[in-house]
Design a protein around this ligand. Structure first.
Ligand SMILES: C[S@@+](CC[C@H](N)C(=O)[O-])C[C@H]1O[C@@H](n2cnc3c(N)ncnc32)[C@H](O)[C@@H]1O
Length: 256
């Protein structure tokens, strides 16, 4: 069981709540038992490698890469915006593989209403914590206000019939070669170690095609096979990634 360390008495009630909802073991002090542990402090929730707690992963929408991408990311001209079909109409998007919320944040900053769905307890807890803190920062509060968060399996959510978004966005974990570890940034390595592979992304993709109004957009490694072997209508290739787009209808407001 993942350990959640909280050393500040004042924060214990919140830490207890996080531990209960996500199934972590709450501990007051050190004694890490696995290669990773979670730490909750006044700066929020962090995932820390036990052998290097300073190389931690935390979701911060108001600083670092998220902030840089919000200000200089290229707006509606960037590939993710074109893949999702953001123009004058901003579609509602189910980000079915929300991860640390970077893509959800980009889409929300373009004006989309985003439902960010994440099933992994550690990743979901980090994302929820980042959204909670971001909602208190003036520069990004409005953007965060466009993101709803759902902890659970996106395929089950779609099959429940509770959501029927304009667009479904998928970014499942890429197959990765363990020999390439050295080339991966430390935070991404921690993320990959904890989450592992998404072996069921074909099933999620096929379900998405049946539960969406306008299109499904899939982020893939540049040379990866398309999901479920289905050729996309459109493919936007970047340096490392590409976006496969499966069009069902024009991205436009629903008819009244
Ligand atoms: C590569 S990461 C996504 C990164 C994300 N696009 C971002 O910008 O931070 C893939 C994530 O999708 C999640 N995931 C995969 N299949 C899922 C499913 N069926 N339902 C919910 N989350 C899923 C994994 O747990 C993992 O955290």
């Amino acid at each position: 069981m993942m350990q959640l360390i909280c050393r500040d008495t004042e924060l214990l009630p919140d830490a207890r709540d996080i531990a209960r909802r996500y199934g972590f073991e709450l501990v007051r002090n050190g004694a890490e038992t696995g290669p990773y542990f979670l730490q909750y402090g006044f700066d929020g929730l962090e995932l820390c490698p036990a052998d290097n707690p300073k190389a931690s992963v935390r979701v911060d929408f108001a600083a670092g890469a998220n902030d840089h991408r919000r200000r200089f990311g290229g707006g509606k001209g960037q590939d993710i915006a074109r893949a999702v079909g953001v123009r004058s109409y901003c579609p509602s998007v189910l980000d079915a593989t929300a991860g640390l919320g970077r893509d959800s944040f980009v889409l929300a900053s373009l004006g989309c209403q985003v439902l960010a769905c994440e099933r992994h307890p550690v990743v979901a807890a980090l994302l929820e914590d980042g959204l909670r803190r971001g909602a208190c920062v003036a520069e990004v509060a409005e953007i965060i206000g466009r993101i709803r968060f759902h902890y659970g399996n996106a395929r089950e959510l779609l099959l429940s019939g509770r959501e029927y978004p304009d667009v479904i966005y998928l970014d499942p974990m890429f197959d990765h070669d363990p020999r390439q570890k050295a080339a991966v940034k430390k935070d991404m390595q921690a993320f990959r170690d904890v989450v592992g592979q998404d072996e069921d992304s074909d099933a999620l993709f096929l379900t998405a095609l049946d539960h969406v109004r306008c299109r499904v957009a899939v982020k893939r490694a540049r040379n990866a096979e398309p999901l479920a072997g289905l050729s996309p209508v459109l493919s936007l290739k970047g340096k490392a990634n590409r976006f496969d787009v499966y069009v069902l209808a024009k991205v436009a407001p629903p008819e009244a």
